[in-house]
Ligand binder design. Structure first.
Ligand SMILES: C[S@@+](CC[C@H](N)C(=O)[O-])C[C@H]1O[C@@H](n2cnc3c(N)ncnc32)[C@H](O)[C@@H]1O
Length: 230
């Protein structure tokens, strides 16, 4: 059993996800009470990919999100550095590439859009990863980040941060193949920037027109941005 630390050492993060890959999709649905499906649907709508476009789904894990984006008719590729997670999605009929978010094996401007769901929080350097994502997207191309965020209703936010995050590892003990990894999940959620702060990081990384939408009362937020035209 392994878990990563909050320094997000890439080797430890990859090993941790290899350890949760078995049954990841089921655990995810249980832990999110099935809301994950709606969040993915919203991400697809906000990305608004078109047939003929090329979309990079980064930190795609078992490629559930990649399949969702594929519904749009765009050509979507799943990239992740955990071979265990990619293998977990082997049956999903989308192209899969082993790749580290900080050193993507794609040429400049290769994609029309890049997206990352519940992955950005795990990268060792958030801003550097967002810059690398901008590199592989064409000028005028889009970014959509779906990530846990900060509940908008103050009293709930306090309870959520103080108590609910502690419940996650307890539930994970029953359903996950690597329950200690869910201690990391709770800690990384508690220390993650809120909507505005993440929007500022996205802008600092060189993206324009940054906007965000709260889903499920801000438990999750979608950040959208556009790569400036040259
Ligand atoms: C919580 S899972 C999310 C998977 C999927 N996007 C989803 O929505 O179900 C986070 C994923 O990020 C991947 N990941 C973390 N750091 C990464 C990095 N530096 N490069 C590529 N993938 C990374 C992990 O291997 C893992 O599959």
């Amino acid at each position: 059993m392994s878990r990563a630390g909050l320094d997000k050492n890439p080797r430890e993060v990859a090993e941790m996800f290899d350890g949760v890959a078995e049954g990841y999709d089921r655990t995810n649905s249980v832990m999110t009470l099935g809301f994950d499906r709606r969040w993915r649907e919203w991400s697809r709508r906000v990305l608004d990919a078109r047939p003929g476009e090329k979309v990079l789904d980064l930190a795609a894990g078992t490629a559930v999100s990649t399949v969702e984006y594929g519904e749009s008719g765009a050509w979507c590729v799943a990239a992740d550095f955990s071979l265990g997670m990619l293998r977990g999605g082997a049956k999903r009929p989308v192209p899969k590439v082993a790749a580290d978010a900080l050193h993507l094996p794609f040429r400049d401007g290769a994609f029309d859009a890049v997206t990352v769901s519940f992955g950005l929080r795990n990268f060792e350097d958030t801003e550097a990863a967002l810059r690398e994502m901008a590199r592989v997207v064409r000028p005028g191309g889009r970014l959509v980040v779906c990530e846990v965020s900060s509940p908008t209703f103050g009293p709930f936010r306090a309870v959520y941060k103080r108590h609910l995050l502690k419940v996650l590892p307890v539930v994970a003990k029953r359903v996950s193949s690597n329950p200690v990894a869910y201690n990391y999940l709770a800690e990384s959620m508690a220390t993650w920037p809120d909507q505005r702060a993440l929007g500022e990081i996205v802008a600092r990384a060189g993206w324009d027109d940054v906007a965000w939408f709260n889903l499920t009362g801000g438990l999750v937020a979608l950040h959208r941005a556009v790569k400036p035209l040259d």
